[in-house]
Write a protein of this length. Structure first.
Length: 737
């Protein structure tokens, strides 16, 4: 490294070497790559101050810093460190030495780069005796509360009788426009009357008498604490992710992987659009905590905490506790561990016996799994109600004029009030019904109309609960008399509704937003038209349910196309053993369902797709419905397929497809594991099961309308089941798993 002695008033250089400069010099420098010292300077007279004034110049924003130390090397205190435009900066060292450095990433320099070329750094050096009235030092904020702050500083003068001028205002206020006051004989002052959760700047100046004052010290920037609350209800929807709402914060303990975080996210929500995600990468110990606003009544024994949570790993739970310091995870005290699962569920944590002194609630994820997440949403701190509200409002069995409403009692209530009306009605303006069961068949509705309903518990002497709702549902259109064709150009047009629940139970109607079904090109082939699609992966059971048909007028014919691919490809699907889709039917408006046809590993429609054998519909009612059901319960995440349905039609004449007749009986399930159930309109005379060689393997004479065929001892494969009813014989093909 070469050392220069500079006598000129202006010195220009651009090499990544340094110069020793004197008071009065001006240094002009075009910075280069990486880190190096531009110059250093030392006062000639001991005790003098030395100042660098930057007249012009800049460095690459975000990457290349200009750094100034109060020493001739980099061992001193940093007086200034910033990137971008530096013009106008005045940096003073009280040690008698100063040095200016470049700390760059090496990618660009003053002649090129993003935003370049950059103006040369033009820096003037000046020296002056230390002022006789020295500025205060060590300015810090102390005892910050929601409405006050006590700043502390150190007197740099020997005269203990120094007076002080102080000024404060909102952050970035212009000095002279703030609140000003003069005080004496103290190095602290209580600033009061401040607004909670607000950022302020504070300055202090020594007044040494005889019209002599120091320079101002500051700004000291501080933010007042949030005001303590007695209740809150937070759904995290008012912020832009990944930010937290005011007075909420995240806390990551030291030592955790840099990839661990707690923040808001759009995919972490129980109620759209936002929730909170706790993510752990590889760490096995440490704290990932969400901290609530300050709460004044944690120990009042009158309140409780409610939240909705789920996880991505069954071993990953959440801990609820309290903290005395929202910035220190070691102050977390465990209250309760909540066992959560992979579906958003509401949990209630009782604080009625809490006796601590903490003022913050903490939500801490366990570190029992790696590369997993916990999601929280809809967190409520509320007074424990004397009458517990209901939960889990649901609708099922929708028809054009009725809907079955249900809910779960919040405690031991046996009486409830229901209020319903057209979607958007105001509570108190609807129709109210008192009931004594936690379900109700709502009748007399208008077809193809959206309704809201609310439920309130009646707790007798303990009064009434809060109303819960609205739960929204839409009645079916008036029953359709075929011919009818649906090409799935839309699944959100009111004809189809969505449901959840197992194959063996009636589906619970869910909203379009919660549905797993979506529109996609048939077989993921962009040259083909839209179809209804479902991704069958991990644990799913989901329904796509038709409106009601009036099929009481005679015989009709049902046709449907299906395809199946590997996830997001055009490759033929590889069905896992526990992945399948079925066509279901109900003749009582959706209360009970029977299986008509099944697609699985033994009946794979493939990426090209196939037409289902035409189903003859005889003896159906004016309240007939159909549904496409998909299920996967695989623990093997490699089983991941897309299933497609298209060209659903019910016609009065046959389309000439291979016919699967249900004119005299229904049978299910198909494929069958052990027992095939058969239900007929008339007494079944005989049932004969043949293998593919034409050999009789099972035979029975039930003489009843409902029977079961035991196929548990048969080998896996295809069989023909021949059913005789009133001298009419029909044969169907059944797959034995």
């Amino acid at each position: 490294m070469k050392k220069f002695t500079l006598l000129a008033l202006a010195i220009c250089f651009s090499m990544n070497t340094f110069a020793q400069s004197d008071c009065g010099d001006t240094v002009i420098h075009c910075y280069t790559s990486y880190g190096y010292k531009i110059f250093d300077s030392t006062v000639a007279n001991s005790g003098d101050y030395i100042t660098v004034t930057i007249n012009a110049g800049g460095t690459e924003s975000g990457y290349d810093d200009l750094v100034v130390y109060d020493s001739s090397d980099s061992s001193g205190n940093i007086l200034y460190s910033a990137d971008g435009n530096h013009a106008g900066q005045v940096i003073t060292s009280t040690t008698g030495s100063i040095s200016v450095w470049i700390d760059g990433d090496g990618s660009y320099n003053c002649t090129d780069g993003d935003g370049g070329p950059y103006v040369d750094l033009n820096m003037s050096i000046s020296c002056a005796p230390a002022p006789s009235c020295l500025a205060p030092t060590d300015l810090v904020a102390s005892l910050v509360s929601s409405g006050a702050m006590a700043p502390l500083w150190t007197d740099a003068n020997s005269d203990s009788g120094t007076e002080w001028n102080i000024e404060w205002g909102l952050t970035d206020f212009v000095q002279g426009d703030g609140t000003q006051e003069s005080i004496s004989s103290t190095f602290a002052y209580a600033v009061t009357g401040l607004t909670p959760n607000t950022s302020y700047d504070f300055y202090v100046q020594a007044n040494c008498g005889t019209d002599e004052t120091s320079s101002w010290t500051g700004p000291l920037q501080f933010t007042t604490l949030c005001a303590a609350v007695t209740e809150f209800s937070e759904n995290f929807d008012s912020v832009t992710t990944p930010q937290f709402p005011d007075c909420w914060s995240g806390l990551i303990s030291s030592g955790l992987s840099s990839y661990a975080y707690v923040e808001t996210a759009t995919f972490a929500d129980a109620s759209e659009p936002n929730g909170v995600e706790f993510y752990n990468s590889s760490s096995t110990t440490g704290d990932i905590i969400l901290v609530s606003p300050r709460v004044s009544n944690l120990a009042a024994n009158t309140h409780r905490l409610k939240l909705k949570a789920k996880n991505t790993s069954s071993t990953q739970d959440i801990q609820i506790g309290t903290l005395s310091d929202p910035s220190n995870s070691s102050t977390f005290t465990l209250l309760e561990t909540v066992d959560i699962n992979t579906t958003f569920t509401e949990y209630v944590i009782d604080f009625s016996s809490y006796s601590g002194t903490d003022t913050y609630i903490g939500f801490r994820r366990l570190m029992s799994s790696s590369y997993t997440s916990v999601y929280l949403d809809d967190i409520v701190w509320e007074e424990i109600p004397s009458c517990e509200p209901v939960i889990d409002l649901a609708t099922s069995n929708l028809t054009n004029t009725s809907a079955d409403l249900s809910w779960t009692a919040g405690a031991t209530q046996t009486t409830w009030n229901i209020e319903y009306g057209a979607t958007g009605f105001d509570l108190g303006a609807g129709t109210t019904v008192a009931v004594t069961a936690n379900s109700y068949a709502l009748m007399g509705l208008t077809a193809n109309t959206s309704y809201d309903f609310y439920v309130q518990a009646d707790c007798d002497a303990n009064g009434f609960s809060a109303w819960v709702g609205p739960e929204t549902f839409t009645t079916d259109s008036d029953p359709i008399v075929p011919n009818y064709t649906n090409d799935f150009s839309s699944i959100y047009d009111g004809f189809w509704s969505f449901g959840s629940g197992a194959l063996t139970s009636s589906p619970v109607i869910i909203t379009n937003d919660d549905a797993e079904w979506f529109l996609a090109y048939f077989g993921n082939d962009t040259s083909r038209s839209d179809s209804a699609a479902i991704n069958l992966y991990a644990d799913y059971n989901t329904w796509l349910i038709s409106s009601t048909f009036d099929l009481s007028g005679g015989t009709y014919y049902l046709n449907l196309d299906a395809a199946a691919t590997e996830f997001n490809t055009t490759d033929d699907a590889i069905f896992g053993t526990d992945i399948f889709a079925t066509l279901m039917t109900s003749t009582d408006g959706g209360s009970t369902w029977n299986e008509l046809y099944r697609w699985n590993a033994d009946n794979n429609p493939g990426a090209d797709g196939t037409s289902m054998p035409e189903i003859e519909l005889t003896g159906y009612t004016a309240s007939s419905k159909f549904a496409i059901y998909g299920e996967s319960s695989s623990s093997n995440f490699s089983d991941d397929i897309d299933f497609f349905a298209d060209n659903f039609s019910i016609t009065a004449t046959s389309l000439g497809m291979d016919t699967l007749s249900t004119s005299n009986f229904t049978y299910f399930p198909n494929p069958v594991n052990n027992v095939l159930s058969i239900k007929a309109q008339a007494s079944i005379d005989s049932i004969t099961v043949y293998n593919m060689l034409g050999q009789t393997v099972v035979k029975s004479t039930p003489n009843t309308t409902t029977t079961a065929v035991d196929m548990s001892k048969l080998q896996t494969g295809a069989y023909f089941v021949q059913v005789a009813i009133n001298n009419s014989i029909e044969t169907v093909r059944v797959i034995k798993n």
